[in-house]
Design a protein around this ligand. Structure first.
Ligand SMILES: [Zn+2]
Ligand SMILES: [Zn+2]
Length: 472
């Protein structure tokens, strides 16, 4: 998940650190996004990320319950939980997560992470297609026929130096799983193990999506272009949250996470001496008017009950107190919680800047960094899919361990899936004061309570299995 306070700070830093003379290029933005991004030594990596050797003692089918679960019951939830809670399962999930944590890979470079996942799927005899979106995997378990339901985990790490001192600290300088995607992968592999054990009970097909590049590059969009959602009628995904106690699940119907975009406008006039302004075309005046007019979009054109934001965070032009400059570069960010409002903002920001510039005889060009894939639409939960997650969570973990959460200003590229099929995104808590897992995602101190892994795996598996029974 993208943490937008840091994104704003990041953009501000990038935009203000570069003077008008060194015009901000989109590659500067992209380069900073992928800061400290070097290829790893492939020779060394086979040994670094081979699967943990703890996979031999699992049952191959769920003989413990003897339940058919044609109609889901509490006993079925208990059967899944008991599989997830086996000591060897918990130890294996920790080992998988730690391997990935020690060897973080950035967006679209999840080569060894993807290899580890495929090796685990091979051991379980789970079929898959690879690659999608460079490093992504589409696995499947079940009848091979409809209905198809997908569960997704993101795989990428961040360009952050880990500051947590522990035995399995990142071994790669400047890279860290600081958003918990290592845990998401482990939970989805755990779900695969549970579902494979219960394959004879599945009433359709579960699609496992291991996706690259959530943090940068819109991996979800690329996965869809490569057929990730073929035949899939609903999709679910989880994100760890430091705001909830370990294993507490949270979600909400409708808009959950904001859509997020950035813009940069170059307003061009004509340079001239400040004492004779009539010989110049002043981009400072035009840009100032544009900033003021941008404030009118949200305050005058939007429904006050439909939260939206436009913030201009950068304004650079001129370096001589006696000269009107040729150009001004301004930039900022915008957010909205519905797709309609989000794309309206995108359209209106450009119109207002271009037309306001023309009032003062200037021209303007607006860039949304689309080539750098920094536009994330809002994540909107389908009401029925949200109800499904809620019901599954309460059945598995009890009323006390499910909560309705408020919408948040963060963004997630899961939104691309949610634009095309019914979906639900939910959180699972990793907060444990005793362990110190209290830091927000994207912090160098971020850590998780690993006790969440078996519960996260059980939740993924049950959401998928019950979907096939109850919605198929
Ligand atoms: Zn994330
Ligand atoms: Zn993140």
């Amino acid at each position: 998940m993208k943490i937008l306070t840091s994104a704003i700070f990041f953009l501000l830093t990038v935009l203000t650190a570069v003077s008008l003379a060194d015009e901000i290029s989109s590659s500067a933005f992209h380069g900073a996004l992928f800061a400290d991004h070097t290829c790893n030594n492939q020779d060394k990596k086979d040994s670094l990320l081979s699967p943990p050797n703890t996979t031999t003692s699992f049952p191959t089918s769920d003989s413990s319950s003897g339940l058919d679960c044609d109609v889901w019951s509490k006993a079925c939830s208990e059967a899944v939980l008991s599989l997830a809670r086996r000591a060897e399962m918990a130890a294996w999930l920790k080992a998988v997560r730690r391997k990935i944590h020690e060897n973080p890979e950035l967006a679209f470079e999840e080569i060894e992470t993807s290899r580890l996942i495929r090796e685990e799927l091979d051991l379980m005899e789970v079929s898959y297609r690879y690659p999608l979106a460079k490093t992504g995997i589409r696995g499947w378990i079940g009848t091979g026929g409809p209905p198809f339901v997908a569960i997704r985990a993101d795989m990428d790490a961040l360009p952050i130096q880990e500051a947590v001192e522990w035995e399995y600290k990142s071994k790669v300088a400047g890279k860290m799983h600081a958003c918990g995607h290592d845990a998401h992968v482990a939970m989805l592999i755990g779900a695969a193990k549970i579902l494979k054990t219960r394959e004879h009970l599945l009433k359709g097909t579960v699609i496992l999506l291991f996706q690259p590049a959530e943090e940068a590059g819109n991996g979800a969009k690329r996965m869809m272009q490569d057929g990730a959602l073929e035949d899939v009628e609903a999709i679910f995904a989880v994100h760890v949250s430091h705001q909830h106690s370990t294993s507490v699940i949270g979600s909400r119907p409708g808009p959950l996470l904001a859509g997020c975009g950035f813009f940069r406008a170059v307003i061009s006039g004509k340079k001239g001496t400040a004492g004779n302004p009539h010989h110049s075309v002043d981009p400072i005046l035009a840009a100032s008017a544009a900033v003021i007019s941008l404030q009118g979009i949200v305050s005058r054109e939007s429904n006050p009950l439909d939260s939206q934001v436009i913030s201009v965070t950068s304004f650079n032009g001129g370096d001589n107190l006696d000269m009107i400059p040729d150009t001004v570069v301004l930039g900022g960010t915008f957010r909205a919680f519905s797709n309609t409002s989000f794309y309206q903002l995108l359209e209106r920001i450009e119109q207002v800047i271009v037309e306001q510039a023309s009032v003062f005889r200037c021209t303007a060009e607006v860039d949304y960094f689309e080539k750098e894939y920094t536009i994330y639409p809002p994540t909107v939960n389908d009401d029925r899919m949200y109800e499904h997650v809620k019901k599954v969570s309460i059945d598995l973990l009890g009323e006390k361990n499910f909560m309705v959460v408020p919408p948040m200003m963060g963004a997630e590229d899961f939104s691309f899936y949610s634009q095309v099929i019914p979906s639900a995104f939910y959180y699972i808590g990793i907060r444990n004061e005793t362990l110190g897992s209290t830091h927000t995602g994207h912090s160098p101190y971020f850590m998780i309570d690993e006790d969440v892994l078996p519960i996260g795996a059980a939740a993924y598996a049950t959401i998928a299995e019950r979907y096939l029974i109850e919605y198929g």
